[in-house]
Design a protein around this ligand. Structure first.
Ligand code: GDP
Length: 448
C-alpha cells in the first residue's frame, strides 16, 4: 500500500474556513494522533466535531470526516479537516499531520491518485484544472461536462468502434478463407466516418482556447472619434475620460467584459495621428503596438465626418480576419457611405453616446472571433494536448483510409488504424507515459 499524503487544499490567506486533506491507508490513524477523540471506529462519510491540541495548547476547533476507500475522491482512505481559515492555523495543523507520519502531497497528487486508482480518466482529471480556473460560466459548464464524461464518452465510443473494425480486419487477415472478406466499401465508409468524428472534436479546439485564455481587443482610431465613449458604453461605467478636445486619452486603459462567455480585455489607446507632444507621442506608439499585438481590433470611425487621409490609411491596414469597423456617432448625419469602406471587413453602426448598436457590436465581435465555427453550447471542450493527439489520430486514420481506397493489403490498413487507436487511448489515459502524466499534474496546485 502507498504512503499517506497531506496538504492544505484551500488558497493561502484569511478565510471563513480552511481545508486540509489526508489520503492513504494511514489517514485515520494519523488523524487520530492529531485530532482529539478520533477512533478507529469512526464511521465513514459522517461529519464529526473535534479539537486539535499541540502539547496541550489548543490550536483550533474543527469539523472532520472520514471517507473509507474506495468511496472517496482518490479511491483511498481519506480524512478531510475543516478548520478556521487562518494560514497560521492551517500551517500548524499541516505540520502536526506531517509529524504524525504523513508526507506532504505534491502538485495535483490527490487527483493523480484518483486517476491511478481508476476513479477518473485523464480527461476528467484535466477538467478539474479547467473547473478551478474557469473565469466564465460557460467555460465552467463545459469543464463540468467533461468531468461528467462528455469528451471521455466521445473518445471512448470512437476508440471502441475502431477497435471492433481492427478486430474485423485482423480476423480477415488471419482466416481469409473462413470469413467473408471485409468489403472495401464498408471499410472506407467506417474510416471516413471516423475522420469526420475527429474533425467535429477538433472544432472545439478554437473555442476552448478562446474560453481559457480570453482575447485582447484593441480600440483603435483617430482622436475624438469616440473610442473612450465606446469603452465606457461597453463596460457600462465611466472608466475612460471623455473630452471633446482631441488627445484626452494619454495612456492605455485595459478592462474586461464578457462576449458570449469569452473574456475580452478591451484596450483603449491614444488616438493614432501625428503629434509633436511627447507624452501623447508615446501614447500613439503604444496604440500602434496594440494594433499589432491585439487579437482583434475595433477600428472606430466618426461617421459624422468625411473620411480623411488618416482614416484611409487606417482602413488600408485593417485585416478582415481580426478587424471590426465601428461607425460611431450614428445619431448624427452620416458623411460616410458603406461603399467607401473596404469590402469584406465586417462593420457595425453604433452611437457610443446614446449606447445604441452595442449588442450588434457584441454579436459581430463574437462572430468574428468564432470565424464561422460552431457555437459554444454544442462544443465539446478540448485542450491543446487533446488537440495534438486528435490531429495525430486523424493523420493515421487518413493514411489508413487511403490504403483502403487504393485496395491495398489489409495489413497496411491495419497498421495505421492501430496507431490511431493507440493515440486516442493517450487522450483518456488508457495508454499514456509517466512523462505526460507528470506534465499534466505539475500544472495543478498542491492540495488538489
Ligand atoms: P476619443 O478621443 O476617440 O476617445 O473620443 P471621446 O470618447 O473622448 O469622444 C470625443 C467626443 O465625441 C466627445 O465629445 C464625445 O461626447 C463625442 N461622442 C462620442 N461618441 C459619440 C456619439 O455616439 N455621438 C455623438 N454625437 N457624440 C459622440
Amino acid at each position: 500500500m502507498g504512503e499517506t499524503i497531506a496538504a492544505i487544499s484551500t488558497p493561502f490567506g484569511d478565510g471563513g474556513i480552511g481545508l486540509l486533506r489526508l489520503s492513504g491507508p494511514d489517514s485515520l490513524s494519523i488523524a487520530s494522533r492529531v485530532i482529539q477523540n478520533v477512533s478507529r471506529e469512526t464511521s465513514s462519510h459522517k461529519v464529526m466535531h473535534g479539537w486539535i491540541y499541540d502539547d496541550n495548547i489548543p490550536i483550533d476547533e474543527v469539523l472532520y470526516y472520514y471517507l473509507k476507500e474506495p468511496h472517496s475522491y482518490t479511491g483511498e482512505d481519506m480524512v478531510e479537516i475543516s478548520c478556521h481559515g487562518n494560514p497560521v492555523i492551517l500551517q500548524k495543523i499541516l505540520s502536526l499531520l506531517l509529524g504524525a507520519g504523513a508526507r506532504l502531497a505534491g502538485r495535483g497528487e490527490f487527483t493523480k491518485k484518483a486517476f491511478l486508482n481508476g476513479k477518473i480518466d485523464l480527461i476528467q482529471a484535466e477538467s478539474v484544472v479547467d473547473i478551478i480556473r474557469a473565469r466564465s460560466v460557460l467555460l465552467g459548464e463545459l469543464a463540468v461536462g467533461n468531468l461528467s464524461g462528455r469528451l471521455s464518452g466521445e473518445i471512448g465510443g470512437l476508440r471502441a468502434e475502431l477497435l471492433d473494425l481492427l478486430a474485423g480486419i485482423e480476423a480477415s487477415i488471419d482466416f481469409p478463407e473462413d470469413l467473408e472478406r471485409l468489403s472495401e466499401e464498408k471499410l472506407v465508409m467506417a474510416l471516413s466516418g471516423a475522420v469526420d468524428r475527429v474533425d467535429v472534436l477538433l472544432a472545439g479546439a478554437h473555442g476552448g482556447r478562446l474560453l481559457r485564455s480570453g482575447v485582447r481587443v484593441a480600440i483603435i482610431g483617430k482622436p475624438n472619434v469616440g473610442k473612450s465613449s465606446l469603452l465606457n458604453a461597453l463596460l457600462g461605467e465611466e472608466r475612460a475620460i471623455v473630452d471633446s478636445k482631441p488627445g484626452t486619452t494619454r495612456d492605455t486603459i485595459e478592462e474586461s467584459f464578457d462576449v458570449g462567455g469569452i473574456c475580452a480585455t478591451v484596450i483603449d489607446s491614444a488616438g493614432i495621428r501625428d503629434v509633436s507632444d511627447f507624452v501623447e507621442g508615446r501614447g500613439v506608439e503604444r496604440a500602434r503596438r496594440e494594433w499589432q499585438s491585439a487579437d482583434y481590433v475595433l477600428l472606430v470611425l466618426d461617421s459624422s465626418a468625411k473620411l480623411d487621409d488618416m482614416d484611409i490609411r487606417l482602413l488600408g491596414c485593417s485585416d478582415p480576419e481580426r478587424t471590426l469597423l465601428v461607425l460611431n456617432k450614428q445619431d448624427l448625419f452620416s458623411m460616410i457611405g458603406e461603399n467607401e469602406l473596404p469590402h469584406g471587413v465586417p462593420l457595425v453602426w453604433v452611437s457610443a453616446r446614446h449606447k445604441s448598436g452595442l449588442s450588434d457590436l457584441q454579436r459581430a465581435l463574437y462572430k468574428l472571433m468564432m470565424g464561422g465555427r460552431p457555437l459554444f453550447k454544442e462544443t465539446i471542450l478540448i485542450n491543446s494536448r487533446h488537440e495534438g493527439c486528435l490531429l495525430e489520430a486523424k493523420s493515421s486514420l487518413i493514411k489508413s483510409l487511403e490504403s483502403a481506397k487504393m485496395g491495398a493489403e489489409l495489413d497496411c490498413v491495419a497498421i495505421d488504424l492501430r496507431a490511431a487507436v493507440t493515440t486516442l487511448g493517450e487522450i483518456s489515459g488508457a495508454a499514456v507515459g509517466k512523462e505526460v502524466l507528470d506534465r499534466i499534474f505539475d500544472s495543478f496546485c498542491v492540495g488538489k
